[in-house]
Ligand binder design. Structure first.
Ligand SMILES: NC(=O)c1cnc(OC2CCCC2)nc1N
Length: 334
């Protein structure tokens, strides 16, 4: 289609500059939680980019900030097979279960004397599988049964803390990322206030509200509800050596990675971490339902492998469920 005016190099340069400015501002705001420009400035730059792209549609790229929210609602979701399955976690309900787990994996690798754990808060949301090709987000899918999920790419693109392009100079052909889509307590409260005003039923908790949002056929509704995302698994070709390194690389790529993660030298340190966060989590602005404990070394993870159902190298310490309503009760709904 002929554009109204001839596309000049200056216009092309301005588009690149606008994209860079808007992507950096969005990263600072949604991933670092540290805004760097005023909303009014962001909106002005965004409108300028929209105008140029409207005049020169050939300039539009899938990772342009203007392409986050699809215009047309989807009619349905298709099923997709995950390139790499999403594993379930064995549950532990106390220190005795953790000690049993350690004894079990050490029986499989009795010669291993040097090891360390990584503890990650267990975000109480919905697991997502993200696929990036040459650094660009090409697919987002729900966990489903771990092997097959629903393709919800349009909705995942509307999660502003999910990068549309990885912050890598030479991105590999395929990168698989797993993480948890969740709603902050503030977003959850706002959604229920809006629903109450509209006379709609309220969501029982942030996890249900996030699940309901991810199943929306209209990505514009997803964008309004401010879903968030913590990444916790990275599959990338090459020599990643540990979970800790994977989390650092996920951060460099542009993802939010939960800041409360810690390396633990032994099970005592793991138990201390779990005890501390069973109390401190009530002060967080997002719901957690436990701690995920992983052996840090990927070589050891590979060696330990999986039982019929679970990885041998990870376990979830679950906090007693009844505490969740207490935390929600702390929220002022009015
Ligand atoms: N909800 C979470 O925060 C969470 C879930 N899962 C995992 O790890 C997967 C990958 C290896 C076994 C399960 N880590 C987490 N932090």
């Amino acid at each position: 289609m002929d554009s109204v005016a001839q596309l000049t190099p200056e216009t092309q340069q301005r588009v690149q500059e606008l994209r860079r400015l808007l992507q950096q501002a969005s990263y600072d705001y949604y991933v670092l939680d540290a805004p760097t420009i005023e909303d009014s400035v962001y909106d002005q730059l965004y409108r300028e980019l929209q105008t140029i792209e409207a005049n020169y549609p050939e300039l539009i790229t899938p990772d342009s900030p203007t392409q986050r929210v699809g215009e047309r609602p989807a009619s349905h979701f298709t099923s997709v097979k995950h390139n790499i399955p999403l594993y379930s976690l064995e549950n532990a309900f106390g220190n005795a279960d953790l000690a049993t787990w350690e004894q079990r994996w050490r029986k499989v690798a009795p010669d291993v004397t040097e090891f360390e754990y990584v503890c990650e808060l267990k975000i109480d949301g919905n697991a997502l599988a993200l696929t990036y090709e040459n650094g660009v987000l090409v697919r987002g899918a729900t966990r489903g049964d771990g092997t097959t999920g629903e393709e919800i790419t349009q909705n995942v693109r509307a999660i502003r803390s999910v990068p549309l392009r990885l912050n890598l100079d030479n991105p590999p052909p395929v990168v698989e990322v797993r993480g948890e889509a969740f709603l902050s307590l503030d977003s959850f409260e706002q959604i229920n206030r809006d629903r109450e005003k509209a006379g709609e039923s309220l969501f029982a908790n942030p996890r249900n509200a996030a699940a309901g949002t991810l199943r929306q056929l209209d990505a514009k509704i997803v964008a309004q509800r401010r879903l968030d995302f913590f990444a916790y698994t990275l599959h990338v070709p090459g020599e990643l050596e540990s979970q800790w390194q994977a989390l650092e690389l996920l951060r460099e790529m542009g993802f939010r990675v939960n800041p409360e993660r810690e390396k633990c030298a032994d099970l005592q340190a793991v138990q201390d971490y779990c005890d501390r966060w069973s109390v401190d989590r009530t002060q967080l602005r997002y719901m957690t339902d436990g701690v995920v404990i992983k052996l840090n070394s990927f070589a050891l993870q590979t060696r330990l492998g999986f039982t019929q159902k679970f990885p041998r190298w990870a376990i979830a310490l679950k906090y007693p469920a009844e505490e969740a309503p207490t935390i929600l009760e702390n929220i002022s709904v009015n």
